[in-house]
Design a protein around this ligand. Structure first.
Ligand SMILES: [Zn+2]
Length: 219
């Protein structure tokens, strides 16, 4: 049996090692889990005893195939529940994450597979992140931060780098949801802010930070 706390650590190791393409250090895990290095060390021992992580000398830890399978299943459940909450229960995209953090720990393969079928096998969650299928396969998408677009280039909003409520609510205010077409009109040399046209009509001034945290698929 893997406890909820252990599951959350596996997810953290997965997130860190995927993003950086290398093993996760104790300090990086402690920062993600908002805890001390000492409690991380204890937990890593438990996970290694269960053969869910492996130590890399002087570097940190990596998931074993079993650890990776559990982390992938958690992400699959989390993101499917997010789609369900948004599409079927009417929650907003800045509200679904916290609820899915709890729902992802509900056990039951049949439940997850039926949820997946009920939702029509979605490939992306409400933030544009890929949902692994029942075999653990991901559908990755070609997308770039809006900041990389040159004046005159267009793209469609496909995801966010920053998942905070503050950012998602701000995007709502700007009318920049997933699927909205944006055109880069001008980059301001002074502060790297950008003038863009959204949905073919509204002109917006966006800070460099917003442009870095918004992913688009170029047309
Ligand atoms: Zn989430």
């Amino acid at each position: 049996m893997v406890s909820q706390a252990e599951e959350n650590y596996l997810k953290a190791v997965f997130a860190i090692s995927e993003k950086e393409g290398k093993s996760a250090t104790t300090n990086a895990i402690a920062a993600t889990m908002q805890t001390t290095a000492a409690s991380v060390t204890d937990m890593l021992k438990r996970l290694a005893d269960k053969n869910l992580i492996a130590y890399e000398k002087y570097r940190g830890v990596l998931l074993t195939p079993d650890g990776r399978r559990i982390a992938t299943e958690l992400i699959r459940k989390h993101r499917l529940w997010e789609v369900f909450l948004l599409e079927k229960l009417g929650f907003a995209w800045d509200e679904v994450h916290e609820l899915a953090e709890q729902l992802e720990h509900v056990q039951g393969d049949a439940l997850v597979d039926r949820l997946d079928a009920y939702l029509g096998y979605p490939k992306y969650d409400p933030h544009g992140d890929p949902i692994p299928d029942a075999q653990g396969r991901w559908t990755l998408r070609q997308q770039v931060p809006l900041v990389t677009l040159q004046p005159g280039e267009r793209g469609t909003v496909t995801g966010v780098q920053d998942h905070s409520s503050a950012f998602l609510q701000y995007l709502d205010q700007l009318g920049l949801g997933l699927g909205v077409e944006v055109e880069m009109l001008e980059r301001i040399p002074y502060d790297q802010s950008a003038r863009v046209r959204a949905a073919g009509k509204t002109e917006l001034m966006l800070s460099e930070k917003v442009c870095q945290n918004l992913f688009v698929k170029t047309n």
